[in-house]
Design a protein around this ligand. Structure first.
Ligand code: ADP
Length: 196
């Protein structure tokens, strides 16, 4: 099994990379943002609970996110592994996530950090706003999401570094270039693991 967390600021390209990685390595892609956006679109109870929070660019409460992750892991396990996109986003989520995965004997192997310049991030998010019309992609809300990321999520990099799970990579350039870089990191990991 191979369990990957794709990590990076809003607009770093996590979703795009996660879809490609999931396809190449036969992993189940779990995107918390996507789960919430679908819930909002379908007007479910969960959607009603999270809509205002997401539209403000804030974080959904940990308990709610963790329950959704548990459900997704247990319902969608294909035996090959997962790629988590947009989760964990706080220390508490990371702590509980560690326990959830340990209990199931499927530890996280790779935390892949996509590094993208701030200027490029804002450019990408504003461009996506034009294309997709996501309600949280306005200039003001983007600023808030970036601040929340710096404060709540970025510190997790040290957490995973300390556990020897962090793999840094350059997220600048076109989608194909970034894809090739991420495959190289994952392939190297697999080779190393098989040689152990
Ligand atoms: P982005 O990476 O561009 O911020 P996402 O699709 O990952 O987009 O998330 C969109 C929004 O969904 C976040 O701004 C947040 O409100 C909510 N969300 C997604 N994942 C989480 C999470 N793990 N914890 C709390 N809130 C989350």
């Amino acid at each position: 099994m191979l369990n990957i967390v794709i990590f990076g600021s809003p607009g770093a390209g996590k979703g795009t990379q996660a879809i490609n990685i999931a396809q190449k390595y036969n992993l189940v892609h779990i995107s918390t943002g996507e789960i919430f956006r679908n819930a909002i679109k379908n007007c479910t109870e969960l959607g009603k609970q999270v809509k205002e929070i997401i539209d403000r660019g804030e974080l959904v409460p940990d308990e709610l996110v963790v329950n959704i992750i548990i459900e997704a892991i247990d319902n969608r396990n294909n035996g090959k592994g997962f790629i988590f996109d947009g989760f964990p986003r706080t220390f508490e989520q990371a702590r509980q996530f560690g326990q959830i995965m340990d209990n199931r004997h499927m530890p996280v192997n790779i935390v892949l950090h996509l590094n993208v310049d701030d200027n490029e991030i804002i450019k990408r998010l504003l461009n996506r706003a034009k294309l997709d019309g996501r309600s949280d992609d306005t200039a003001e809300i983007i600023e808030n999401r970036l601040q929340v990321y710096r404060k709540e999520t970025e510190p997790l990099l040290d957490f995973y570094k300390g556990r020897n799970k962090l793999y840094e990579m350059d997220g600048m350039g076109n989608i194909e270039e970034v894809c090739i870089r991420s495959y190289q990191i994952i392939d190297n990991y697999i080779i190393k693991k098989n040689n152990q």
